[in-house]
Design a protein around this ligand. Structure first.
Ligand SMILES: Cc1cc2nc3c(=O)[nH]c(=O)nc-3n(C[C@H](O)[C@H](O)[C@H](O)COP(=O)(O)OP(=O)(O)OC[C@H]3O[C@@H](n4cnc5c(N)ncnc54)[C@H](O)[C@@H]3O)c2cc1C
Length: 412
């Protein structure tokens, strides 16, 4: 009989984990309190970020820190209660962001990112989701020559070290490539390898449909009802209590709450982010990061999606879309944004760890329990890679990437 496993959380990470476990012959039940891909994996910028070989570091220069502290600019916003709650994890995040430590973390992170597009390709083909993706890259646009210069130096460094491809664009080349941009910008770094998905939630749904079409069970249930039962695990679902030999927690930004009930205190925190769609009368050809202002504009099926930077606030605190207001004003300088769609801003939370590496591997103190969360700014990118690595560990075979840097036990 096939060995059985529960996967709790049907975001990009959990859904891909379920697919990979199923492909390895396991009897998999995927459980979520909502439909697949309706939370963080729904509202992101839809980028499969092959260029993001460096995880997002805590800024260490005084100017950026002061701007964040005083709420200047659109990049960062905070609630005092959020900073207070996350203070311990943020302090460790600051330390891990020291250039030497960050370089080490980048080695481990880049090994995951290197496989991101290839691993998505596999599931996009299998699920017939090719029409949702455009493979034409992602632009970082710069307003000032000094920032462009720094951006180009970084691109050169990442190209040398990790082979990430890019094209430098002058003001004129950028205007030709993206005629919708009306402000004369200093230029751009056009990353050539990333892909753009026009409906991120729909991509997760396609992957989940494939899982069900291949015989997987998708049920509604609450991870709070997870219990260790005999030699295995069980969870309460719409189809009653379901038991399995093993379980995976893939709860994205909600993982912390669940693992705390199991006795784990990991340095996890969240960076909230917003999006809003606009009926822009002009067309952006590729997604754009306004690099000095910290927001992304991504063409989506619903309209032009503007996504914001980091908000440090408790996960359930009321929405305070201050950054959205600021970013919208900045975006209107770049192009004719048009009217916002008449819908409230979407709010989600990036699931972050203090050392910027995801948590993937066996739960240190619970037999048959596995963790797969903490993919921060690139969980949509990394879902299939994370799913494969976790499934290979569960299967007990040699993994194709060394899982040691991501082991949950590093936080004990
Ligand atoms: C504004 C913004 C822009 C972003 N842009 C990008 C981008 O362009 N590219 C990129 O790669 N990443 C991006 N990210 C990050 C990315 O969206 C996340 O890293 C990723 O979606 C995390 O996936 P996940 O499956 O771990 O979490 P989720 O997608 O949040 O899935 C977790 C699932 O767990 C379920 N769940 C939670 N609690 C329970 C419970 N008690 N019982 C049952 N189910 C439960 C939820 O319903 C949810 O479906 C962005 C994030 C934000 C906020």
């Amino acid at each position: 009989m096939a060995s059985s496993i529960l996967v709790l959380g049907a975001g990009m990470v959990g859904t891909c984990t379920a697919l990979h476990l199923q492909e390895r012959g396991m009897d998999v039940t995927l459980v979520d309190r909502r439909e697949p891909g309706q939370e963080t994996s729904f509202g992101n910028a839809g980028l499969i970020q092959r260029e993001a070989v460096e995880p997002y570091a805590f800024p260490r220069d005084v100017g950026t820190l002061m701007n964040a502290l005083w709420g200047r600019g659109a990049q960062v916003h905070w609630h005092a209660r959020g900073l207070w709650q996350m203070a311990g994890a943020l302090r460790r995040y600051f330390n891990h962001s020291h250039p030497q430590a960050h370089a080490q973390v980048t080695e481990a992170y880049s090994r995951l990112i290197a496989h991101a597009t290839h691993e998505h390709e596999y599931w996009m083909t299998a699920s017939g989701a090719q029409a949702l993706v455009k493979r034409a890259g992602f632009r970082f646009v710069f307003r000032t020559p000094q920032a462009l210069d720094e951006g180009l130096q970084r691109a050169m460094r990442l190209n040398d070290r990790f082979g990430v491809r890019y094209q430098a664009e002058s003001t004129q080349q950028l205007t030709q490539a993206e005629p919708a941009l009306r402000t004369p910008l200093a230029g751009a770094v056009h990353w050539l390898d990333p892909w753009a998905v026009s409906d991120p939630g729909a991509l997760v749904q396609r992957y989940a449909d494939l899982f069900v079409a291949r015989g997987g069970r998708l049920l509604t249930g609450d991870a709070a009802s997870l219990r260790s039962q005999g030699a295995g695990w069980s969870v309460q679902t719409s189809a009653g209590r379901v038991e399995a030999q093993q379980a995976v927690l893939a709860l994205g930004p909600w993982a912390d709450g669940t693992i705390r009930t199991l006795g784990y205190r990991f340095p996890l925190f969240i960076k909230r982010g917003y999006h809003q769609h606009y009926r822009s009368p002009v067309q952006l050809r590729q997604p754009v990061l306004d690099a000095e202002c910290g927001y992304v504009l991504a063409p989506m099926q619903r309209g032009l999606r503007l996504t914001t930077g980091a908000e440090f606030a408790p996960i359930n605190a009321p929405a305070t879309p201050v950054q959205l207001v600021k970013a919208e004003a900045l975006a209107r300088e770049l192009l004719d944004l048009g009217d916002a769609l008449p819908e409230p801003p979407w709010l989600g939370a990036r699931p972050c760890t203090a050392d910027m590496l995801p948590v993937m591997g066996p739960a240190p103190r619970h037999k048959g329990l596995w963790f797969n969360f903490g993919h921060a700014h690139q969980g949509f990118t990394l879902g299939p890679v994370a799913g494969r690595l976790l499934a290979e560990m569960v299967h007990g075979r040699r993994t194709w990437i060394d899982p040691a840097p991501y082991a949950p036990s590093r936080f004990l």
